[in-house]
Design a protein around this ligand. Structure first.
Ligand SMILES: Nc1ncnc2c1ncn2[C@@H]1O[C@H](COP(=O)(O)OP(=O)(O)OP(=O)(O)O)[C@@H](O)[C@H]1O
Ligand SMILES: [Mg+2]
Length: 360
């Protein structure tokens, strides 16, 4: 089967990242200037893809990539660092292994050691301390970038942010450090409300939706390189998905798969949209019903009017004070964003599902 030019699951390869040149250049500059940097943005906006691309651009620098997605305990965090270090290869791999031996750590063996009998189980906090030390020593011998993805999860685990600060605060001149996370309020809290130096010195950089020009370039190129025309599809995608990277790609893929070689993608828009609606409707239903009543009212009001205080809100029985507090919690969680003065549901497919499901 012909491979789709629009992958929409998981991070992209560095060479596939488009429309992010300015952001990538900006991040590369900050890292080169030894600024601790945090990349903030909603889910599925392409944060991990951008981080991979940044690492690929920094050809003189070795990268250690740690993913803290949904970590819930110190043991979890230590295992993620252990596995990230165990995955290093080449010169970086020999350095990390050499320094690990010096602190009696056997990289890659922690998960198994932690599931052993209680008596012989290592203390995860001590192990983490040792692993962070390995990173600092490695960075002192060779230019190293530490990428910490999904950093907002550490807010749940007592002691991790502090341990990382203690380990890195005097070394960020050697060690490039970039954090990313999708829970905007948690990220801001982690980086701004700490009186201590280090996190407070970080530059916070937002990842925006893809521009209309980027969507056009991505869509036109994807269709052209596979012998099809995109027609007006890019415009339809921008109207529907407003630059949401993953949804844009998913819809582009669906339209592409309904377009014969030589055909035009915009003819496939109704079929592509119907397919994505079909595939996502159960998930949207679950997501929506997982919210409390006041949040559901806010989502409905925003989906239709972009506001929580107008006529729609009134029709839905949404009072002023619950409207404000649920709006804020949905914004904190990264489900709503403020765009040009009006509120928007981050996921355009959820917004569409709500409008279809609850026509007013
Ligand atoms: N620059 C881009 N150009 C086109 N599509 C993109 C781009 N960045 C991301 N995407 C699309 O979004 C999807 C998710 O990207 P990625 O995993 O990097 O996002 P993320 O913000 O890290 O998501 P998550 O919140 O799941 O960690 C990709 O599979 C791709 O379809
Ligand atoms: Mg990611």
């Amino acid at each position: 089967m012909e491979e789709s030019p629009f992958p929409y699951q998981g991070p992209l390869e560095p060479g596939e990242v488009r429309g992010r040149d300015d952001l990538v250049a900006d991040l590369v500059r900050r890292i080169a200037a030894h600024k601790v940097t945090a990349l903030l943005g909603p889910r599925r906006y392409g944060k991990t893809s951008v981080l991979h691309r940044v690492a690929a651009e920094l050809t003189e620098v070795h990268t250690i990539f740690v993913d803290l997605y949904e970590v819930t305990s110190m043991a979890d965090v230590a295992v993620r660092f252990d596995e990230a270090l165990a995955a290093t290869t080449g010169r970086l791999g020999s350095l990390t292994r050499r320094y690990a031996v010096q602190v009696s750590l056997n990289l890659g063996a922690l998960r198994v050691a932690l599931s052993g009998p209680a008596r012989s189980r290592p203390d995860p906090a001590l192990v983490l301390h040792g692993l962070l030390d390995v990173i600092v020593k490695t960075a002192a011998s060779s230019a190293t970038l530490l990428v910490v993805d999904e950093f907002s999860s550490v807010a749940r685990v007592e002691g991790v942010a502090g341990a990382m600060r203690t380990a890195f605060q005097h070394h960020y001149r050697d060690l490039g450090l970039i954090f990313a996370g999708s829970h905007p309020s948690m990220m801001r809290t982690l980086f701004t409300s700490r009186p201590q130096p280090f996190y407070g010195q970080a530059d916070l950089v937002d990842i925006a939706p893809l521009s209309a020009a980027a969507v056009e370039e991505i869509v036109d190129r994807g269709f052209a390189t596979t012998g099809r025309h995109s027609g007006r599809l890019a415009g339809l995608l921008v109207d529907f998905a407003a630059g949401h990277p993953q949804r844009t790609m998913q819809l582009a893929d669906a339209c592409w798969s309904h377009t014969q070689p030589g055909g035009s993608g915009d003819d496939a828009w109704p079929a592509g949209l119907a397919q994505v609606r079909r595939e996502s409707s159960d998930g949207m239903e679950r997501l929506f019903s997982g919210h409390n009543l006041s949040e559901r009212r806010v989502l409905r009001s925003v989906a239709v009017s972009g506001s929580v205080h107008g006529h729609e809100a009134e029709l839905l029985g949404l009072g002023k004070s619950p409207a404000t507090s649920s709006r804020d919690s949905l914004r904190d969680a990264g489900e709503l964003i403020l765009h040009n003065g009006s509120l928007r549901i981050v996921d355009p497919v959820l917004a569409d599902w709500i409008r279809q499901r609850f026509p007013l």
